[in-house]
Design a protein around this ligand. Sequence first.
Ligand SMILES: *Cc1c(COP(=O)(O)O)cnc(C)c1O
Length: 395
Amino acid sequence: MTFQIDKNGFYGEFGGAFVPEMLFGNVEELQNRYLSIMEEADFQKEFQALLKDYVGRPSPLYFAKRLSKKYQAKIYLKREDLNHTGAHKINNTIGQILLAMRLGKTRIIAETGAGQHGVATATVCALMGMECIVYMGEVDIARQAPNVSRMRMLGAKVVPALSGSRTLKDATNEAIRDWIANPVNTHYIIGSVVGPHPYPDMVARFQSVISEEMKWQLKEQTGSENPDMIIACVGGGSNAAGAYYHYLDETSTRLVAVEAAGLGIHSGHSAATSVLGSKGIIHGQRTILMQTDDGQIVEPYSISAGLDYPGIGPMHAHLIDKGRAEVVNATDQEALDAAFELTRLEGIIPALETAHAFAALPKLKYNPRDVIVINLSGRGDKDLATYVKHLPDGE
Ligand SMILES: *Cc1c(COP(=O)(O)O)cnc(C)c1O
């Protein structure tokens, strides 16, 4: 048995490509070409060189001594926060723009909620001199002003989505409309392991550099390639997919997925997709999503904008369904507490998304000799305003 994708683009019963007929051509072109392009020597050479000299890889694997003492285990942090632009998302956007260039595309579109994926996309478009259009809900544009400024400085055109709740799902609809209207010259860069096949697998492969490095870094530092546990936060699931990738079939390594429980799983303000969700189709894939009885998407909530996706990628739906991955939930408050704890113990301010992964530590059972890797998906500069509002008492 393998937990990898099958040749039809499914992880068990999840995944596939459920798209309107007008998108068949675009999606089919990607399905037919992504693997052969990614395997080309010239592609690999350019991708690896940019990961090294532009992104700054390999990202360090850091033994967190004071955190380890507190939680009585050997805790290592995979430092994706040290990447150029401050998170793991750049691994994927570099891969996809190189692919787009080989497909002869000249124009890039993307959608973004918090703006992190928009910034990572605008960055690689500047790097390659490509036209870049980022769709963003009007509400998010107002909420995420610093990232909008970054995208504009990088030369991207930020187009407001004015329909519906004017947030991420409306921006996604606008991006799909654009792609249908511009099928020949445009590539759509999706920012997580979501969407129609091949996106979940393609993004997972670009992010798999995370676990590829973890293997030799762990070998060097602990004598074994395999940790006992890997913990990652899950929005759509790309940083988790990257951290799990080379361990999917290594069942002695526990995989822990941490979802955002917002104000509480059953508070009505949550993004605990795997607990609250049910099987259905969203954004071209069959997966688990939060929906009403008649199939309307339920608007997710989390203090961290990067975790409030109403579904999870099909790989994670499958891993959770089969019991390969364990799910832990962390509320806004638990994530804030974990962020302050990490900052005071290790001098590292994590992204709010990442803080959820750390909030799992007190909720898990393990042995003192266990090696635990936490994927530190991003840094907290973008979240400082939120952190300052919640500083521990009297400070
Ligand atoms: C976007 C983001 C996430 C959530 O996205 P995934 O695809 O689930 O990884 C997590 N952490 C950081 C720092 C992010 O920017």
